[in-house]
Design a protein around this ligand. Sequence first.
Ligand SMILES: [Zn+2]
Length: 249
Amino acid sequence: MDSDTARGGTSGDGGHGGGRRGGAGGRSAGRPAPRVSRRGLLLGGAAAAVGTGAVLAQDELRRLWWQIPGVTKPREEGTLDHKGAEWTPASRANWRLADRPDDYRIDRVIIHVVQGSYPTALRVFKNPGHGAATHYVVRKDGHVAQMIRELDVAFHAGNRPFNERSVGIEHEGFVDRPEDFTAAMYEGSARLTAGICVRYGLPADREHIIGHVEVPGTDHTDPGPHWDWDRYLRLVRAALPAARTAHRG
Ligand SMILES: [Zn+2]
């Protein structure tokens, strides 16, 4: 659960969305340069690895494209990214409209633990005052709720670039109660994460599947010492073939 995510989310919003939208159709000449440099700063190591200005410029063009009114990917209320999930939307205040992976590359799954129950997580993520929500919440019996589309940016990591490039998954329970992390929950979550890895071409490893505790600047400790990473990664990898088959449709 995340009390600090408004910092990474709403404060992060100012630079991209509302304030700059008016100029998207017109004065393009003066705008790309500062946007490219901001992008470079945000991406940090990833931008350095990409290296060429041409790639960044193309990235910027995609970003401008989604800011043009009416030219976002078609979306319908209730559309799911994870087959079998239950759609129960988070408050619009707890996420940001985006067009991932075209405007922001998705390169991580971030694992959270609620420090509470499944109904509590759903309730607070539907509360516009909470300032945070994850894309998914997994219940102890393995049931998955999807609350935000993967193409949108959820405020969950307390770090703007990590929010922009990740999918967040909450798990019912408490970090200091290992018995909360049931076999059914591990399995349901692993199937979900395997699907995300397949959809965005992520390796199923600890570089791309991380805990909230590993996000730079966070003071959160979840999923905590009782989360069994070896077991979880084993389950994710075992679920990849089925996820690939489902993805091919
Ligand atoms: Zn968390």
